[in-house]
Design a protein around this ligand. Structure first.
Ligand code: NAP
Length: 515
Protein backbone atom coordinates (compact mmCIF):
# COMPACT_ATOMS: atom_id res chain seq x y z
CA UNK A 1 0.00 0.00 0.00
CA UNK A 2 1.36 3.42 -0.95
CA UNK A 3 1.28 6.32 1.46
CA UNK A 4 0.83 9.36 -0.78
CA UNK A 5 3.00 12.31 0.11
CA UNK A 6 2.96 16.01 -0.59
CA UNK A 7 5.94 17.89 -1.98
CA UNK A 8 6.13 21.16 -0.10
CA UNK A 9 9.01 23.62 0.38
CA UNK A 10 11.45 21.22 -1.25
CA UNK A 11 10.52 18.17 0.86
CA UNK A 12 8.26 15.15 0.63
CA UNK A 13 5.93 14.91 3.63
CA UNK A 14 3.33 12.35 4.76
CA UNK A 15 0.85 14.84 6.16
CA UNK A 16 -1.31 13.96 9.15
CA UNK A 17 -4.90 13.67 10.31
CA UNK A 18 -7.77 11.75 8.74
CA UNK A 19 -6.76 9.43 5.93
CA UNK A 20 -8.69 8.70 2.72
CA UNK A 21 -8.06 5.36 1.03
CA UNK A 22 -7.50 4.76 -2.69
CA UNK A 23 -8.80 1.63 -4.40
CA UNK A 24 -8.41 -0.45 -7.51
CA UNK A 25 -11.93 0.02 -8.84
CA UNK A 26 -11.78 -3.26 -10.78
CA UNK A 27 -10.97 -5.42 -7.73
CA UNK A 28 -11.84 -3.10 -4.82
CA UNK A 29 -8.37 -3.76 -3.36
CA UNK A 30 -6.92 -0.95 -1.24
CA UNK A 31 -3.90 0.58 -3.01
CA UNK A 32 -2.96 3.57 -0.93
CA UNK A 33 -3.97 6.29 1.47
CA UNK A 34 -3.68 10.04 1.80
CA UNK A 35 -3.66 12.02 5.03
CA UNK A 36 -5.86 15.04 4.60
CA UNK A 37 -4.00 17.54 6.82
CA UNK A 38 -0.61 18.46 8.19
CA UNK A 39 0.74 20.43 5.24
CA UNK A 40 2.44 23.73 6.01
CA UNK A 41 0.57 26.05 3.65
CA UNK A 42 2.51 29.16 4.70
CA UNK A 43 5.82 27.46 3.97
CA UNK A 44 4.54 26.37 0.55
CA UNK A 45 3.49 29.91 -0.37
CA UNK A 46 6.74 31.45 0.88
CA UNK A 47 8.80 28.89 -1.02
CA UNK A 48 6.88 29.55 -4.24
CA UNK A 49 7.05 33.34 -3.88
CA UNK A 50 10.64 33.65 -2.67
CA UNK A 51 12.28 30.95 -4.77
CA UNK A 52 9.96 29.66 -7.50
CA UNK A 53 8.80 32.98 -8.94
CA UNK A 54 12.22 34.68 -9.25
CA UNK A 55 13.81 31.52 -10.66
CA UNK A 56 11.11 31.19 -13.29
CA UNK A 57 11.41 34.90 -14.13
CA UNK A 58 15.14 34.55 -14.71
CA UNK A 59 14.45 31.97 -17.44
CA UNK A 60 12.12 34.08 -19.56
CA UNK A 61 9.45 32.53 -21.81
CA UNK A 62 11.93 30.67 -23.96
CA UNK A 63 13.87 29.15 -21.06
CA UNK A 64 10.63 27.96 -19.50
CA UNK A 65 9.50 26.51 -22.83
CA UNK A 66 12.68 24.42 -22.94
CA UNK A 67 11.81 22.98 -19.54
CA UNK A 68 8.30 22.07 -20.69
CA UNK A 69 9.81 20.24 -23.64
CA UNK A 70 12.17 18.26 -21.41
CA UNK A 71 9.34 17.43 -19.00
CA UNK A 72 7.14 16.16 -21.83
CA UNK A 73 9.94 13.90 -23.06
CA UNK A 74 10.73 12.60 -19.56
CA UNK A 75 7.09 11.84 -18.78
CA UNK A 76 6.62 10.17 -22.15
CA UNK A 77 9.58 7.89 -21.38
CA UNK A 78 7.67 6.73 -18.26
CA UNK A 79 4.47 6.08 -20.26
CA UNK A 80 4.30 2.30 -19.72
CA UNK A 81 4.70 2.58 -15.96
CA UNK A 82 2.09 5.37 -15.83
CA UNK A 83 -0.39 3.38 -17.95
CA UNK A 84 -0.24 0.54 -15.41
CA UNK A 85 -0.91 2.93 -12.50
CA UNK A 86 -3.75 4.58 -14.40
CA UNK A 87 -5.33 1.18 -15.01
CA UNK A 88 -4.98 0.07 -11.41
CA UNK A 89 -6.01 3.24 -9.60
CA UNK A 90 -8.29 4.93 -12.13
CA UNK A 91 -9.97 1.92 -13.76
CA UNK A 92 -8.69 3.13 -17.12
CA UNK A 93 -8.26 0.80 -20.07
CA UNK A 94 -4.92 1.09 -21.85
CA UNK A 95 -6.62 3.31 -24.44
CA UNK A 96 -8.17 5.51 -21.73
CA UNK A 97 -4.84 5.82 -19.94
CA UNK A 98 -3.07 6.87 -23.16
CA UNK A 99 -5.79 9.44 -23.79
CA UNK A 100 -4.99 11.03 -20.42
CA UNK A 101 -1.21 10.63 -20.53
CA UNK A 102 -0.64 11.53 -24.17
CA UNK A 103 -2.99 14.47 -23.60
CA UNK A 104 -0.64 15.57 -20.81
CA UNK A 105 2.63 15.19 -22.73
CA UNK A 106 1.08 16.47 -25.97
CA UNK A 107 -0.12 19.63 -24.24
CA UNK A 108 3.24 20.21 -22.54
CA UNK A 109 4.98 19.77 -25.93
CA UNK A 110 2.52 22.07 -27.67
CA UNK A 111 3.16 24.87 -25.15
CA UNK A 112 6.90 24.21 -25.40
CA UNK A 113 6.69 24.83 -29.14
CA UNK A 114 4.60 27.98 -28.66
CA UNK A 115 7.08 29.24 -26.07
CA UNK A 116 10.03 28.67 -28.39
CA UNK A 117 8.60 31.41 -30.60
CA UNK A 118 7.96 33.87 -27.78
CA UNK A 119 10.26 36.69 -26.65
CA UNK A 120 13.27 35.78 -24.52
CA UNK A 121 12.13 37.99 -21.61
CA UNK A 122 8.94 38.10 -19.58
CA UNK A 123 6.85 40.70 -21.35
CA UNK A 124 4.38 40.39 -24.20
CA UNK A 125 3.04 43.24 -26.26
CA UNK A 126 -0.74 43.05 -26.42
CA UNK A 127 -2.11 44.47 -29.65
CA UNK A 128 -1.17 47.64 -31.49
CA UNK A 129 -0.22 50.86 -29.72
CA UNK A 130 -2.72 53.70 -29.88
CA UNK A 131 -2.49 57.49 -30.09
CA UNK A 132 -3.94 59.04 -26.92
CA UNK A 133 -3.09 62.74 -27.23
CA UNK A 134 -3.63 65.40 -29.84
CA UNK A 135 -0.49 64.19 -31.59
CA UNK A 136 1.15 60.73 -31.74
CA UNK A 137 3.62 61.91 -29.08
CA UNK A 138 1.35 60.73 -26.25
CA UNK A 139 0.93 57.03 -26.83
CA UNK A 140 -0.65 53.95 -25.18
CA UNK A 141 0.42 50.36 -25.34
CA UNK A 142 -0.98 47.31 -23.56
CA UNK A 143 1.55 44.87 -22.22
CA UNK A 144 1.26 41.50 -20.47
CA UNK A 145 3.63 40.41 -17.69
CA UNK A 146 3.66 37.42 -15.29
CA UNK A 147 1.62 37.95 -12.12
CA UNK A 148 3.86 37.84 -9.06
CA UNK A 149 1.93 35.12 -7.28
CA UNK A 150 1.21 31.42 -7.05
CA UNK A 151 -1.16 29.29 -9.12
CA UNK A 152 -3.18 26.77 -7.12
CA UNK A 153 -4.48 24.05 -9.44
CA UNK A 154 -7.29 21.87 -8.10
CA UNK A 155 -7.95 18.95 -10.41
CA UNK A 156 -10.78 16.44 -10.86
CA UNK A 157 -10.25 12.69 -10.42
CA UNK A 158 -10.98 11.73 -14.00
CA UNK A 159 -7.89 13.21 -15.72
CA UNK A 160 -4.99 13.04 -13.23
CA UNK A 161 -2.40 13.36 -16.02
CA UNK A 162 -3.91 15.71 -18.57
CA UNK A 163 -5.65 17.90 -15.96
CA UNK A 164 -2.38 18.60 -14.16
CA UNK A 165 -0.34 18.85 -17.37
CA UNK A 166 -2.58 21.33 -19.17
CA UNK A 167 -2.78 23.68 -16.20
CA UNK A 168 0.95 23.42 -15.45
CA UNK A 169 1.91 24.05 -19.08
CA UNK A 170 0.15 27.43 -19.20
CA UNK A 171 1.15 28.64 -15.72
CA UNK A 172 4.81 27.67 -15.98
CA UNK A 173 5.21 29.06 -19.48
CA UNK A 174 3.66 32.31 -18.23
CA UNK A 175 6.20 32.30 -15.37
CA UNK A 176 4.00 31.52 -12.36
CA UNK A 177 4.93 28.78 -9.82
CA UNK A 178 2.34 26.03 -9.35
CA UNK A 179 0.82 24.04 -6.50
CA UNK A 180 -0.97 20.95 -7.83
CA UNK A 181 -3.81 19.23 -5.95
CA UNK A 182 -5.18 16.03 -7.55
CA UNK A 183 -8.64 14.48 -7.14
CA UNK A 184 -8.12 11.93 -4.37
CA UNK A 185 -9.84 8.86 -5.87
CA UNK A 186 -7.18 8.44 -8.60
CA UNK A 187 -4.33 10.38 -7.00
CA UNK A 188 -1.79 7.55 -7.25
CA UNK A 189 -1.12 8.49 -10.87
CA UNK A 190 -0.79 12.21 -10.13
CA UNK A 191 1.54 11.36 -7.22
CA UNK A 192 3.83 9.30 -9.47
CA UNK A 193 3.83 12.06 -12.10
CA UNK A 194 4.77 14.57 -9.38
CA UNK A 195 7.62 12.31 -8.26
CA UNK A 196 8.93 12.13 -11.84
CA UNK A 197 8.71 15.91 -12.23
CA UNK A 198 10.60 16.48 -8.97
CA UNK A 199 13.20 13.74 -9.63
CA UNK A 200 13.88 15.17 -13.09
CA UNK A 201 15.26 18.34 -11.47
CA UNK A 202 14.25 20.30 -14.57
CA UNK A 203 12.11 22.81 -12.71
CA UNK A 204 13.72 25.34 -10.38
CA UNK A 205 13.09 25.00 -6.63
CA UNK A 206 9.73 26.40 -5.57
CA UNK A 207 8.18 26.38 -9.04
CA UNK A 208 6.40 23.02 -8.60
CA UNK A 209 4.73 21.80 -5.41
CA UNK A 210 2.22 18.99 -4.94
CA UNK A 211 -0.43 18.63 -2.24
CA UNK A 212 -2.04 15.21 -1.93
CA UNK A 213 -4.46 16.10 0.89
CA UNK A 214 -7.02 18.84 1.38
CA UNK A 215 -6.20 22.40 0.25
CA UNK A 216 -9.26 24.10 1.77
CA UNK A 217 -7.07 25.98 4.30
CA UNK A 218 -4.73 27.18 1.57
CA UNK A 219 -7.51 29.09 -0.16
CA UNK A 220 -7.77 31.38 2.88
CA UNK A 221 -4.11 32.39 2.57
CA UNK A 222 -4.03 33.44 -1.08
CA UNK A 223 -3.48 37.05 -2.10
CA UNK A 224 -4.13 39.47 -4.93
CA UNK A 225 -1.39 38.13 -7.21
CA UNK A 226 -2.41 34.47 -6.78
CA UNK A 227 -4.88 32.45 -8.82
CA UNK A 228 -7.01 29.34 -8.35
CA UNK A 229 -7.74 27.22 -11.41
CA UNK A 230 -10.32 24.61 -10.42
CA UNK A 231 -11.67 21.63 -12.35
CA UNK A 232 -14.45 19.53 -10.87
CA UNK A 233 -18.14 19.47 -10.16
CA UNK A 234 -20.34 22.56 -10.32
CA UNK A 235 -21.13 22.08 -6.61
CA UNK A 236 -17.47 22.26 -5.47
CA UNK A 237 -16.82 25.03 -7.98
CA UNK A 238 -19.57 27.10 -6.35
CA UNK A 239 -18.00 26.61 -2.89
CA UNK A 240 -14.62 27.85 -4.15
CA UNK A 241 -16.11 30.74 -6.08
CA UNK A 242 -18.04 31.76 -2.95
CA UNK A 243 -14.98 31.70 -0.66
CA UNK A 244 -15.10 35.06 1.16
CA UNK A 245 -11.35 35.43 1.47
CA UNK A 246 -10.86 34.91 -2.25
CA UNK A 247 -13.59 37.46 -3.01
CA UNK A 248 -12.27 40.05 -0.53
CA UNK A 249 -8.72 39.79 -1.86
CA UNK A 250 -9.69 39.75 -5.56
CA UNK A 251 -7.90 36.45 -6.04
CA UNK A 252 -8.34 35.30 -9.61
CA UNK A 253 -10.52 32.19 -9.83
CA UNK A 254 -11.39 30.17 -12.90
CA UNK A 255 -13.82 27.28 -12.79
CA UNK A 256 -14.05 24.34 -15.20
CA UNK A 257 -17.18 22.55 -14.05
CA UNK A 258 -19.62 20.00 -15.39
CA UNK A 259 -21.76 20.14 -18.49
CA UNK A 260 -24.74 18.33 -19.99
CA UNK A 261 -23.10 18.05 -23.41
CA UNK A 262 -25.17 17.54 -26.54
CA UNK A 263 -24.96 15.90 -29.94
CA UNK A 264 -27.43 16.95 -32.63
CA UNK A 265 -28.17 14.79 -35.66
CA UNK A 266 -29.27 16.97 -38.58
CA UNK A 267 -32.44 16.10 -40.52
CA UNK A 268 -30.51 15.81 -43.79
CA UNK A 269 -28.22 12.99 -42.69
CA UNK A 270 -28.14 9.91 -44.90
CA UNK A 271 -28.23 6.78 -42.72
CA UNK A 272 -25.79 5.01 -45.04
CA UNK A 273 -23.33 7.92 -45.20
CA UNK A 274 -20.16 8.98 -43.42
CA UNK A 275 -21.81 11.71 -41.36
CA UNK A 276 -24.13 9.19 -39.71
CA UNK A 277 -21.24 6.74 -39.20
CA UNK A 278 -19.25 9.50 -37.51
CA UNK A 279 -22.22 10.38 -35.28
CA UNK A 280 -22.63 6.76 -34.12
CA UNK A 281 -18.89 6.21 -33.56
CA UNK A 282 -18.48 9.42 -31.58
CA UNK A 283 -21.53 8.71 -29.39
CA UNK A 284 -20.35 5.18 -28.59
CA UNK A 285 -16.79 6.39 -27.90
CA UNK A 286 -17.95 9.21 -25.66
CA UNK A 287 -20.22 6.90 -23.65
CA UNK A 288 -17.63 4.17 -23.08
CA UNK A 289 -14.22 5.91 -23.11
CA UNK A 290 -13.16 6.30 -19.47
CA UNK A 291 -16.55 4.72 -18.66
CA UNK A 292 -18.18 8.01 -19.60
CA UNK A 293 -16.20 9.92 -16.95
CA UNK A 294 -15.22 12.81 -19.20
CA UNK A 295 -16.45 16.33 -18.62
CA UNK A 296 -16.91 16.56 -22.40
CA UNK A 297 -18.81 13.26 -22.85
CA UNK A 298 -22.19 13.46 -24.53
CA UNK A 299 -25.19 13.24 -22.19
CA UNK A 300 -28.02 14.33 -24.53
CA UNK A 301 -28.41 13.00 -28.09
CA UNK A 302 -30.92 15.00 -30.14
CA UNK A 303 -32.36 13.05 -33.08
CA UNK A 304 -35.12 14.03 -35.57
CA UNK A 305 -38.27 12.06 -34.65
CA UNK A 306 -38.33 10.12 -37.92
CA UNK A 307 -34.71 8.93 -37.45
CA UNK A 308 -35.07 7.81 -33.80
CA UNK A 309 -35.41 4.06 -34.43
CA UNK A 310 -32.40 3.83 -36.76
CA UNK A 311 -30.21 6.04 -34.56
CA UNK A 312 -31.02 4.06 -31.41
CA UNK A 313 -30.40 0.73 -33.15
CA UNK A 314 -27.03 1.83 -34.53
CA UNK A 315 -25.80 3.17 -31.16
CA UNK A 316 -27.13 0.07 -29.37
CA UNK A 317 -25.21 -2.22 -31.71
CA UNK A 318 -21.95 -0.39 -30.93
CA UNK A 319 -22.54 -0.38 -27.18
CA UNK A 320 -23.31 -4.11 -27.13
CA UNK A 321 -19.99 -4.82 -28.82
CA UNK A 322 -18.06 -3.06 -26.01
CA UNK A 323 -16.07 -5.52 -23.96
CA UNK A 324 -16.17 -4.59 -20.26
CA UNK A 325 -13.73 -5.95 -17.69
CA UNK A 326 -10.32 -5.61 -16.12
CA UNK A 327 -9.10 -2.39 -17.71
CA UNK A 328 -5.54 -3.57 -18.18
CA UNK A 329 -6.59 -6.56 -20.33
CA UNK A 330 -5.72 -5.70 -23.91
CA UNK A 331 -9.12 -6.53 -25.41
CA UNK A 332 -11.17 -4.66 -22.78
CA UNK A 333 -12.75 -1.45 -24.07
CA UNK A 334 -14.49 -0.18 -20.94
CA UNK A 335 -13.38 -0.36 -17.31
CA UNK A 336 -15.18 0.40 -14.05
CA UNK A 337 -16.23 3.69 -12.51
CA UNK A 338 -13.26 5.14 -10.62
CA UNK A 339 -14.53 4.83 -7.05
CA UNK A 340 -17.35 3.40 -4.96
CA UNK A 341 -18.54 6.92 -4.16
CA UNK A 342 -18.69 7.78 -7.87
CA UNK A 343 -20.51 4.51 -8.66
CA UNK A 344 -23.15 5.29 -6.02
CA UNK A 345 -23.62 8.71 -7.56
CA UNK A 346 -23.88 7.26 -11.11
CA UNK A 347 -26.52 4.75 -10.02
CA UNK A 348 -28.53 7.41 -8.17
CA UNK A 349 -28.32 9.67 -11.23
CA UNK A 350 -29.49 6.95 -13.62
CA UNK A 351 -32.41 6.23 -11.30
CA UNK A 352 -33.36 9.89 -11.48
CA UNK A 353 -33.16 9.96 -15.27
CA UNK A 354 -35.34 6.84 -15.43
CA UNK A 355 -38.18 8.95 -14.06
CA UNK A 356 -38.19 10.83 -17.38
CA UNK A 357 -36.80 8.21 -19.78
CA UNK A 358 -37.12 4.57 -20.83
CA UNK A 359 -34.26 2.12 -20.76
CA UNK A 360 -32.90 1.05 -24.16
CA UNK A 361 -29.93 -0.87 -22.74
CA UNK A 362 -27.84 -1.13 -19.57
CA UNK A 363 -29.24 0.11 -16.27
CA UNK A 364 -28.17 0.31 -12.66
CA UNK A 365 -27.92 -3.46 -12.02
CA UNK A 366 -24.74 -5.19 -10.91
CA UNK A 367 -22.78 -6.65 -13.83
CA UNK A 368 -19.77 -8.11 -12.01
CA UNK A 369 -19.08 -9.87 -8.73
CA UNK A 370 -16.38 -7.38 -7.80
CA UNK A 371 -15.48 -3.86 -8.80
CA UNK A 372 -17.36 -0.66 -9.50
CA UNK A 373 -18.70 -1.71 -12.91
CA UNK A 374 -21.84 -0.44 -14.56
CA UNK A 375 -23.17 -1.23 -18.05
CA UNK A 376 -23.26 1.35 -20.84
CA UNK A 377 -26.74 2.76 -20.47
CA UNK A 378 -28.75 4.29 -23.29
CA UNK A 379 -32.06 5.93 -22.46
CA UNK A 380 -34.92 7.29 -24.56
CA UNK A 381 -36.67 10.45 -23.36
CA UNK A 382 -40.38 10.14 -22.60
CA UNK A 383 -40.72 13.90 -22.75
CA UNK A 384 -38.05 15.96 -24.54
CA UNK A 385 -38.66 18.88 -22.17
CA UNK A 386 -38.34 16.98 -18.87
CA UNK A 387 -36.14 19.17 -16.65
CA UNK A 388 -33.95 16.39 -15.28
CA UNK A 389 -32.65 15.40 -18.73
CA UNK A 390 -31.20 18.88 -19.22
CA UNK A 391 -29.91 19.54 -15.73
CA UNK A 392 -28.53 16.32 -14.21
CA UNK A 393 -25.00 15.20 -15.04
CA UNK A 394 -24.63 11.44 -14.61
CA UNK A 395 -20.84 11.11 -14.62
CA UNK A 396 -20.68 7.64 -16.17
CA UNK A 397 -21.49 5.66 -19.35
CA UNK A 398 -25.00 7.01 -19.69
CA UNK A 399 -26.75 9.17 -22.29
CA UNK A 400 -30.32 9.88 -23.36
CA UNK A 401 -31.69 9.97 -26.90
CA UNK A 402 -34.13 12.87 -27.16
CA UNK A 403 -36.42 13.41 -30.17
CA UNK A 404 -36.81 16.82 -31.80
CA UNK A 405 -38.67 18.11 -34.86
CA UNK A 406 -35.58 18.24 -37.13
CA UNK A 407 -35.88 22.05 -37.28
CA UNK A 408 -32.92 24.19 -36.23
CA UNK A 409 -34.80 26.48 -33.77
CA UNK A 410 -36.10 23.44 -31.87
CA UNK A 411 -32.62 21.91 -31.69
CA UNK A 412 -31.19 25.23 -30.47
CA UNK A 413 -33.80 25.70 -27.78
CA UNK A 414 -33.38 22.13 -26.45
CA UNK A 415 -29.56 22.20 -26.50
CA UNK A 416 -29.46 25.55 -24.70
CA UNK A 417 -31.60 24.16 -21.88
CA UNK A 418 -28.34 22.67 -20.60
CA UNK A 419 -27.63 26.14 -19.21
CA UNK A 420 -24.13 26.46 -20.68
CA UNK A 421 -21.87 23.67 -21.90
CA UNK A 422 -18.30 22.69 -22.67
CA UNK A 423 -19.05 21.19 -26.08
CA UNK A 424 -21.91 20.43 -28.44
CA UNK A 425 -21.54 18.48 -31.67
CA UNK A 426 -23.71 18.87 -34.75
CA UNK A 427 -23.81 16.28 -37.54
CA UNK A 428 -25.08 17.69 -40.82
CA UNK A 429 -24.07 18.64 -44.33
CA UNK A 430 -26.90 21.17 -44.70
CA UNK A 431 -25.32 24.64 -44.52
CA UNK A 432 -28.56 26.43 -43.70
CA UNK A 433 -29.24 24.05 -40.78
CA UNK A 434 -25.64 24.41 -39.61
CA UNK A 435 -25.64 28.22 -39.82
CA UNK A 436 -28.76 28.53 -37.67
CA UNK A 437 -27.75 25.88 -35.18
CA UNK A 438 -24.15 27.03 -34.71
CA UNK A 439 -25.15 30.67 -34.23
CA UNK A 440 -28.02 29.67 -31.95
CA UNK A 441 -25.94 27.56 -29.56
CA UNK A 442 -22.54 29.32 -29.77
CA UNK A 443 -23.22 31.87 -27.00
CA UNK A 444 -23.99 29.00 -24.62
CA UNK A 445 -20.92 26.90 -25.44
CA UNK A 446 -17.15 27.00 -25.26
CA UNK A 447 -16.80 24.70 -28.24
CA UNK A 448 -18.99 23.58 -31.16
CA UNK A 449 -17.83 20.51 -33.09
CA UNK A 450 -19.14 19.88 -36.61
CA UNK A 451 -19.31 16.39 -38.12
CA UNK A 452 -19.88 16.08 -41.86
CA UNK A 453 -19.04 13.84 -44.81
CA UNK A 454 -15.65 15.48 -45.33
CA UNK A 455 -14.41 15.17 -41.74
CA UNK A 456 -14.97 11.42 -41.33
CA UNK A 457 -11.66 9.84 -40.30
CA UNK A 458 -9.95 13.26 -40.18
CA UNK A 459 -10.51 14.34 -36.62
CA UNK A 460 -10.61 13.30 -32.98
CA UNK A 461 -14.17 13.32 -31.68
CA UNK A 462 -15.83 16.11 -29.69
CA UNK A 463 -14.76 14.52 -26.39
CA UNK A 464 -11.09 15.31 -27.06
CA UNK A 465 -9.77 18.63 -25.78
CA UNK A 466 -7.00 20.04 -27.97
CA UNK A 467 -4.61 22.70 -26.66
CA UNK A 468 -4.91 24.78 -29.85
CA UNK A 469 -8.56 25.66 -29.14
CA UNK A 470 -10.19 26.78 -25.92
CA UNK A 471 -11.66 24.52 -23.26
CA UNK A 472 -14.37 25.74 -20.90
CA UNK A 473 -17.88 27.06 -21.23
CA UNK A 474 -20.38 29.56 -19.85
CA UNK A 475 -23.06 29.06 -17.21
CA UNK A 476 -23.09 25.73 -15.45
CA UNK A 477 -19.86 24.73 -17.23
CA UNK A 478 -18.21 27.18 -14.83
CA UNK A 479 -17.59 30.22 -17.02
CA UNK A 480 -13.90 29.35 -17.36
CA UNK A 481 -11.62 29.33 -20.36
CA UNK A 482 -8.38 27.34 -20.55
CA UNK A 483 -5.93 26.46 -23.34
CA UNK A 484 -6.63 27.94 -26.80
CA UNK A 485 -2.96 28.52 -27.63
CA UNK A 486 -1.55 31.67 -26.05
CA UNK A 487 -5.01 32.57 -24.72
CA UNK A 488 -4.36 29.95 -22.02
CA UNK A 489 -1.62 32.14 -20.53
CA UNK A 490 -3.92 35.11 -19.95
CA UNK A 491 -5.08 33.88 -16.52
CA UNK A 492 -1.47 34.01 -15.28
CA UNK A 493 -0.51 37.36 -16.84
CA UNK A 494 -1.45 40.90 -15.90
CA UNK A 495 -2.54 43.21 -18.72
CA UNK A 496 -1.30 46.75 -18.11
CA UNK A 497 -1.85 49.85 -20.22
CA UNK A 498 1.36 51.87 -20.36
CA UNK A 499 0.78 55.51 -21.35
CA UNK A 500 3.39 58.11 -22.14
CA UNK A 501 5.83 59.51 -24.63
CA UNK A 502 5.69 57.27 -27.68
CA UNK A 503 9.45 56.99 -27.93
CA UNK A 504 9.67 55.83 -24.30
CA UNK A 505 6.69 53.47 -24.45
CA UNK A 506 7.92 52.01 -27.71
CA UNK A 507 11.53 51.68 -26.58
CA UNK A 508 11.07 50.29 -23.07
CA UNK A 509 7.96 48.29 -23.31
CA UNK A 510 7.32 47.59 -26.96
CA UNK A 511 10.35 45.35 -27.51
CA UNK A 512 8.75 42.35 -25.81
CA UNK A 513 12.12 41.62 -24.28
CA UNK A 514 12.15 43.30 -20.87
CA UNK A 515 12.81 41.24 -17.76
P1 NAP B 1 -15.19 17.31 -7.21
O1 NAP B 1 -15.72 16.37 -6.21
O2 NAP B 1 -15.88 18.60 -7.37
O3 NAP B 1 -13.64 17.53 -6.82
C1 NAP B 1 -12.79 18.27 -7.63
C2 NAP B 1 -11.55 18.65 -6.85
O4 NAP B 1 -11.89 19.58 -5.82
C3 NAP B 1 -10.86 17.49 -6.15
O5 NAP B 1 -9.48 17.67 -6.18
C4 NAP B 1 -11.39 17.61 -4.72
O6 NAP B 1 -10.55 16.98 -3.79
C5 NAP B 1 -11.38 19.11 -4.56
N1 NAP B 1 -12.25 19.64 -3.52
C6 NAP B 1 -13.38 19.10 -3.02
N2 NAP B 1 -13.91 19.93 -2.09
C7 NAP B 1 -13.09 21.01 -2.01
C8 NAP B 1 -13.09 22.21 -1.24
N3 NAP B 1 -14.06 22.48 -0.36
N4 NAP B 1 -12.08 23.10 -1.41
C9 NAP B 1 -11.09 22.86 -2.30
N5 NAP B 1 -11.04 21.73 -3.06
C10 NAP B 1 -12.04 20.83 -2.93
O7 NAP B 1 -15.14 16.66 -8.66
P2 NAP B 1 -14.62 15.22 -9.07
O8 NAP B 1 -15.59 14.22 -8.54
O9 NAP B 1 -13.19 15.07 -8.72
O10 NAP B 1 -14.69 15.29 -10.66
C11 NAP B 1 -15.85 15.01 -11.40
C12 NAP B 1 -16.54 16.27 -11.83
O11 NAP B 1 -15.61 17.13 -12.46
C13 NAP B 1 -17.62 16.04 -12.87
O12 NAP B 1 -18.75 16.79 -12.53
C14 NAP B 1 -17.01 16.53 -14.18
O13 NAP B 1 -17.93 16.98 -15.13
C15 NAP B 1 -16.12 17.61 -13.70
N6 NAP B 1 -14.99 17.81 -14.61
C16 NAP B 1 -14.93 18.97 -15.34
C17 NAP B 1 -13.89 19.17 -16.23
C18 NAP B 1 -13.78 20.42 -17.03
O14 NAP B 1 -12.72 20.65 -17.61
N7 NAP B 1 -14.79 21.26 -17.12
C19 NAP B 1 -12.90 18.20 -16.39
C20 NAP B 1 -12.98 17.04 -15.61
C21 NAP B 1 -14.04 16.85 -14.73
P3 NAP B 1 -10.92 15.49 -3.27
O15 NAP B 1 -10.89 14.59 -4.43
O16 NAP B 1 -9.85 15.23 -2.27
O17 NAP B 1 -12.29 15.59 -2.66
Amino acid sequence: MTQLQSYVAGQWTNGSGDAKTLHDPATEAVLGSVNQGGVDFDAALLHARNHGAPALASLGFRGRAEILKKLATKLHECRDELIEISGRNGGNTRGDAKFDLDGMTGTLSYYASLGAQMPTGNMLVDGEGVQLGRTPRFWGQHILSPRRGVALHINAFNFPGWGMGEKMACALLAGVPVIEKPGTASALLAFRIAQIVVESGFLPAGSFQFMAGSVSGLLDRLGAMDGVAFTGSAATGAIIRGNKHLIQNSVRVTIEADSINSAVLGPDVDLGGDTFAQFVTNIATDMTQKAGQKCTAVRRIFVPVELMAEAEAAILERLKATKIGNPLDNDVRMGPIASHEALTSVRAGMQHLLGAAELICGGIGKIAERGYFVAPTLLRAKDAHAEVLHTLEVFGPCATVIPYSGKAPDAVSLVNRGGGGLVASIYSDDREFLDSTVLGIAPWHGRVWLGSEKTQGQALGPGAVLPHTIHGGPGRAGGGEELGGLRGLAFYLQRTAVQGDRTLVGRSFGSGDAN
